[in-house]
Ligand binder design. Structure first.
Ligand code: GSH
Length: 241
């Protein structure tokens, strides 16, 4: 069957849902549509054209089925991937796993320098996210400024719209789900445009938005996102509104 151009997305499973069969040969990606970590793996799966091969199993994280922790993935987080009689997790490991264990276009260039740069970018991931979250926790955008300036600099390393050049690769897949959310939250809550004065970041987001494999995973509801981030980060807002 040809892959439909817009995939049907099944509704999330909640605590009342029965567990799908496990280790029956079906390859399953357990995810939450709202989770940026899971979105990384979802994008990689779509980029490789594996929509018919890797089945999406969305969970309602607010009302998670108990069987997920008990029978599928004891860490009880998403994403996880059921493949070859095992369940594995961790989004940055999983995007590499999906790229190297399945058919479809390679999502990393052959070039050794670019591969090394990819690892360097990943090694700065926590720092990058931490800088943006520091802004979310406070009231100054200086840390976010520094983070997006780093991204602008990172995008200048190679010619082309993407982090490793002209192709949308695992490097972009690792960062874009977070930047997608940061753009919404910073604009809504801080009136801050992360692309202002950063032409490469602006062009990167614009180029990514044209990629179907990514577009189909963009399910962030701005209202819901703002509520979630506010709940997580704005304890101070609560006491000093
Ligand atoms: N390091 C993990 C993080 C995954 C993660 O934190 N996922 C969140 C959803 S966005 C989750 O499952 N949270 C549920 C929980 O912590 O109970 C990865 O990269 O895959």
């Amino acid at each position: 069957m040809a892959t439909p151009s817009v995939e049907y997305l099944p509704p999330p499973l909640d605590a009342t849902a029965e567990q799908p069969a496990i280790f029956d040969g079906t390859i399953r990606l357990y995810l939450a549509y709202s989770c940026p970590y899971a979105q990384r793996v979802w994008i990689a799966r779509n980029c490789k054209g594996l929509q018919d091969k890797i089945k999406l199993v969305p969970l309602n994280l607010q009302n998670r089925p108990a069987w997920y922790k008990e029978k599928v993935y004891p860490e009880n987080k998403v994403p996880s991937l059921e493949h070859n009689g095992k369940v594995i997790g961790e989004s940055l490991d999983l995007i590499k796993y999906v790229d190297s264990n399945f058919e479809g276009p390679s999502l990393l260039p052959d070039d050794a320098d670019k591969k090394e740069y990819f690892e360097t970018l990943l090694s700065h991931m926590d720092e990058f996210l931490g800088m943006v979250y520091a802004t979310f926790k406070g009231d100054s955008t200086k840390d976010a400024d520094a983070a997006f300036d780093l991204l602008e600099t990172a995008l200048a390393k190679y010619d082309g719209s993407f982090l490793l050049g002209n192709e949308f690769t695992l490097a972009d897949i690792a960062f874009i789900p977070f930047v997608e959310r940061f753009q919404i939250y910073l604009s809504e809550v801080f009136n801050y445009d992360l692309t202002a004065g950063r032409p490469k970041v602006a062009a990167w987001i614009e180029a990514a938005d044209k990629i179907d494999a990514y577009k189909q995973t963009k399910k962030t509801d701005p209202k819901e996102l703002v509520e979630i981030y506010k709940r997580i980060f704005s304890v101070l807002f609560y006491f000093y509104p």
